[in-house]
Design a protein around this ligand. Structure first.
Ligand code: ZN
Length: 100
């Protein structure tokens, strides 16, 4: 007799990589901290954490380098989306800061 482990469904692996690339492309492969602007060690930061029902959606995510990501997680860096960026790219638009 074997136990089947519960199967978790997460946006990881290839799907998550694809999603991350979409965020990086929108943000120009650059850390969104205006005082940083690093172009290496980029990560996807969730404005609303996944553990707080944050979504893997472009409007909830932005590009941060690993260091700024750590600072954001530790609340040394406060992130507030103050403007709406709409980029139309091949017919698909991406909005940031649309909280409706
Ligand atoms: Zn940074």
């Amino acid at each position: 007799m074997s136990f089947s482990k519960p199967h978790r469904h997460r946006e990881e692996g290839e799907e998550y990589k694809k999603f991350a690339r979409r965020i990086f492309e929108r943000d120009g492969y650059r850390c969104r901290n205006p005082f940083c602007g690093a172009t290496t060690n980029l990560t996807v930061h969730h404005l609303k954490k996944r553990s707080q029902l944050g979504d893997d959606l472009p409007g909830n995510c932005l590009t941060l380098c690993a260091r700024c990501h750590d600072d954001a997680e530790a609340h040394r860096l406060e992130i507030e989306v103050v403007d709406v960026v709409i980029k139309v790219n091949g017919g698909s638009d991406v909005r940031v800061g649309d909280s409706r």
